[in-house]
Design a protein around this ligand. Structure first.
Ligand SMILES: [Zn+2]
Length: 171
């Protein structure tokens, strides 16, 4: 039987660990930043942002949309592990641009149970980034909401484009 993809990953880890030395790092991110991004396989956050091991928290999901679970991670990131800035990254060609909330209805039809989560699909990338920035800025759980910026990553050029946020609403 040929090795599965997971077998290959485990083998790669053995080689990684051979050259690994304990960096002696603290769990608190050195650059005090949390990056929220889409799980897209074409997005190499550390390379694209010049980040090193230990620099930041990376919190990813489908779309890089700010869901309750992203807020949970950001809250822990800020309150327990000292981050202060939030960078949100969505990208061109995102799979969620092709989906609609019908996905959820079809799923419910198929399995006989409605998921508790929204698909969080979107048609307008910039609008979605702005909404994500607003969700972070208005969260009552976060300590630091003054340095929250949103970007679109172009998967064909590797460039980030900043999306102008809406004015900060009063908390
Ligand atoms: Zn995506």
């Amino acid at each position: 039987m040929s090795p599965s993809v997971t077998d290959k990953l485990v083998a790669a880890n053995r080689r990684y660990a051979e050259d690994f030395t304990d960096p002696g790092m603290d769990a608190r991110p050195v650059r005090q930043v949390a990056v929220v991004a889409c799980m897209d396989a074409r997005l190499d956050l550390h390379a694209a942002l010049g980040l090193d091991l230990g620099d930041c928290h990376t919190i990813r999901n489908a779309g890089g949309v700010v869901t309750d679970d992203i807020i949970r991670s950001l809250t822990i990131s800020q309150r327990a592990l000292g981050t202060r800035a939030v960078v949100l990254i969505q990208h061109t060609g995102c799979g969620l641009l092709q989906l609609t909330e019908d996905f959820r209805d079809e799923l419910a039809q198929e399995v006989g149970q409605k998921p508790s989560w929204a698909v969080e699909s979107f048609k307008d990338l910039d609008r979605n980034v702005r909404q994500s920035v607003a969700r972070v800025r208005t969260s009552p759980f976060l300590l630091h909401t003054d340095d929250v910026r949103g970007f679109v990553f172009d998967v064909t050029t590797g460039l980030l484009r900043e999306v102008e946020a809406e004015p900060v609403p009063a908390k």
